[in-house]
Design a protein around this ligand. Structure first.
Ligand code: PLP
Length: 408
């Protein structure tokens, strides 16, 4: 359901102020607090910044997260500047030597190393910088039985993958790390895995247990006393078809508390992105035109998938709410207002491509030119994954709603 603050702004903006991204920061704050409260106190919560790196979003999350997972040199710089002092974990494939050196200069707290070459580059950079205890987690591509993953939307574990190290490659990395009997500037602090996304709480718990067990065996087998951290990744599921059905953080928190009891002395860490920020953002626009073609209704909206690529990438209907606009100022043309009633309508944008579809054949009671449409679940992997410059339409406005001052 749209919050009243978002609805008010969405109807007050003029047509030329649209499309607009509207972020409800108090709603984000409340959600992040609820997630944090559901998790056991010892579990570390990192936010995967790539889901939505907007500075107001990063700053709103700051009191509720342990740190941020960043996946490029650009994100390292950006997040450091937006939330100075917050711990960073630097992951992602294909880190360049320059990025690694810069991250060391900026004092990045954890490196998620994805390959043997990257480990060697990082060791060289750390040596050159005169550092002797750079904390590394090896990202491992653990094989998981498919039934463990349930209905994972994007299963990444266990199959051939550009991400992380296969278990055999992890063995080959050990001699390059101190804490494994050798000495060097890098110390093996933990294991990291991000194996799937779109998992519900029971599936996430199964995967987390498999990762933690594997880390324990590795550490026992090789006497890795400093391997005290297990990062089990993100990928907590969200349901675009049912925005009200949220990931079961309470069940997940309980399960992670049990897992922590089975792994005393080890710090468990998660790094969700989407499930933290997706609900706080709305993409608001207006209906420019309504027409029929081949017996089907189309609503042409200002903006489109160049602003919110999510429905194109995920091939889903972006959930939305119609905000009817009934003021006399809304429709001043001397011809009938284009409209559809009680029939399925396909919502498209302004791009000259048949892929510019935001929602397909959705039943609406009524939709007219000039009405507003507020797309929900636009707070993650929305604006920042979109191809903004395609067709050179203007960029949307950005509004970060803060708590309104209490009445005096
Ligand atoms: C993208 C990513 C995440 C966050 O995934 P969500 O599905 O947004 O929770 C976490 N860790 C890694 C390594 C990632 O690549």
């Amino acid at each position: 359901m749209i919050t009243s603050a978002v609805r008010t702004l969405a109807t007050e903006l003029t047509g030329d102020d649209l499309p607009a991204y509207v972020y409800d920061l108090p709603a984000l704050r409340a959600h992040a607090r609820a997630v944090r409260d559901a998790l056991p106190p010892g579990l570390e919560l990192y936010y995967a910044a790539k889901a939505n790196p907007a500075p107001p979003v990063l700053r709103t999350l700051a009191p509720h997260v342990t740190g941020y997972e960043v996946a490029s040199g650009g994100e390292v710089e950006h997040v450091r500047a937006a939330v100075p002092g917050a711990p960073l974990a630097f992951g992602g494939p294909g880190k360049t030597e320059g990025e690694l050196r810069r991250a060391l200069t900026l004092g990045v707290e954890r490196f998620h190393v994805e390959s043997e070459q990257e480990l060697r580059l990082l060791a060289g950079a750390a040596e050159d910088a005169g550092l002797d205890a750079v904390d590394v987690l090896l990202r491992v591509n653990l094989p998981l039985a498919s039934d463990e993953l349930g209905g994972a939307a994007l299963a990444m574990g266990g199959r051939p993958s550009p991400f992380g190290l296969d278990p055999e490659a992890v063995q080959r990395c050990l001699p390059l790390l101190s804490g494994a009997g050798s000495r060097g500037p890098l110390r093996l602090r933990g294991i990291h895995a991000h194996l799937a996304s779109g998992l519900d709480a029971p599936a996430q718990l199964t995967v987390a247990a498999a990762i933690a067990d594997w880390a324990r065996k590795l550490s026992e087998r090789h006497g890795l006393d400093e391997l005290t951290e297990v990062n089990v990744g993100g990928g907590m599921g969200v349901d675009y078809a049912r925005p009200d059905r949220r990931f079961d953080w309470a069940a997940y928190g309980k399960g992670m508390a049990d897992l922590a009891l089975r792994h005393p002395g080890r710090t468990l860490r998660i790094e969700p992105g989407r499930a933290l920020t997706v609900y706080c953002g709305w993409y608001v626009t207006e209906v420019l035109d309504i027409k029929h073609s081949g017996g089907e209704a189309f609503a042409v909206l200002r903006g489109g998938t160049h602003h919110i690529r999510t429905p194109a990438t995920k091939q889903h209907d972006q959930p939305f709410q119609v905000l009817p606009m009934d003021t006399t100022a809304t429709w001043t043309r001397p011809w009938a207002r284009p409209a559809v009633r009680e029939e399925p309508v396909t919502l498209v944008g302004q791009l000259c491509t048949p892929k510019d579809v935001l929602a397909r054949r959705v039943q609406v009671p009524e939709l007219r030119a000039g009405d507003r449409v507020a797309f929900a679940m636009a707070g993650a992997y929305a604006w920042n994954i979109s191809h903004h410059d395609f067709l050179m339409h203007p960029r949307p406005g950005f509004h970060y709603l803060e708590r309104r001052a209490p009445p005096q």
